[in-house]
Design a protein around this ligand. Structure first.
Ligand SMILES: C[S@@+](CC[C@H](N)C(=O)[O-])C[C@H]1O[C@@H](n2cnc3c(N)ncnc32)[C@H](O)[C@@H]1O
Length: 258
């Protein structure tokens, strides 16, 4: 299991490995089962068993709900698709697209959801209007927050760090063709980025990485820099300021001054 759970392994390698492992196991077992039952196991039942065992192993490996559901549903759906004449490549393609978007769910336990307009406006209010300010979004997703800020603060610089391949590619291409000049996106793991170059670091991640990220921020950010977390607290570290928003989510921006 530890082989699969290694943080630096791509989730797609792990999920394909699990499916292959279960397939191999069932393939070896099926002659004995069929001899015991006295009939050939229909393909659909075989794929149902494949899904159940793949889902169970995925759960045991600590993947989140959506990975487990995907792993369990994919094999029987593939058989149904064959019966319905839906081209069988459709499902792996959908799966691969989902993996490329939600890349950091399995490895970092951080899904993709987006900062809303009200929160972006609140962040704009919090930015000092001095030239040369460098603002980072750790895990910049589709880049909407940074595009909004970069348009309103042309004298500041904005940098997004992202490792999910599809969101990164989309923001990078948008930046290359017509994005604001003070905005850039890096294909960069937040854990490998020195934060010292930023004056404000913003993140909207999940509860899982917050304690480790705050330690990193404390060690690397310059005195006077701001660390802002959308919604997710840091155990045993009260924020210096909490900005409460009147949006639908009742967003809380937690602010620490270094
Ligand atoms: C909840 S989304 C927030 C997106 C964006 N910041 C926003 O507020 O709209 C979190 C993003 O962080 C990215 N992410 C998670 N862990 C990361 C890591 N270690 N390095 C880079 N990006 C990461 C995810 O791929 C995801 O796109």
């Amino acid at each position: 299991m530890s082989l699969i759970r290694r943080q630096d392994r791509s989730p797609i390698v792990a999920i394909l490995f699990i499916q292959a492992l279960v397939y191999g196991g069932l393939y070896l077992l099926s002659p004995y089962l069929e001899a015991l039952l006295g009939y050939t196991i229909p393909l659909f039942w075989g794929m149902l068993a494949q899904g159940v065992f793949a889902g169970l192993i995925t759960a045991l490996c600590g993947f989140s709900r959506w990975w487990i559901v995907g792993q369990a549903a994919l094999p029987p759906l593939a058989v149904l698709a064959l019966a319905a004449n839906i081209p069988v490549w459709v499902f792996p393609v959908i799966l691969i697209l989902l993996v490329l978007i939600f890349w950091n769910v399995a490895t970092n336990r951080v899904p993709l959801y987006l900062t809303n307009k009200e929160t972006a406006a609140a962040l704009l209010d919090m930015c000092p209007k001095t030239s040369g300010l460098h603002f980072a979004d750790l895990g910049s997703g589709l880049g909407g927050t940074l595009r909004f800020l970069a348009r309103h603060l042309p004298d500041a610089r904005f940098t997004g760090l992202e490792t999910a391949p599809l969101p990164f590619a989309a923001t990078y291409l948008f930046g290359k063709f017509g994005g604001p000049r003070n905005l850039s996106f890096r294909f960069q793991d937040i854990w490998k980025q020195d934060l010292a170059e930023f004056d404000i670091v913003y993140c909207f991640l999940s509860p899982v990485p917050m304690a480790r990220l705050f330690e990193k921020a404390k060690n690397e950010l310059k005195p006077g820099s701001l660390f802002i977390s959308n919604s997710f607290a840091i155990p045993e570290h009260e924020p210096d300021e909490v900005v409460l928003l009147e949006d639908r989510r009742k967003t809380r921006l937690l602010v620490w001054k270094m």
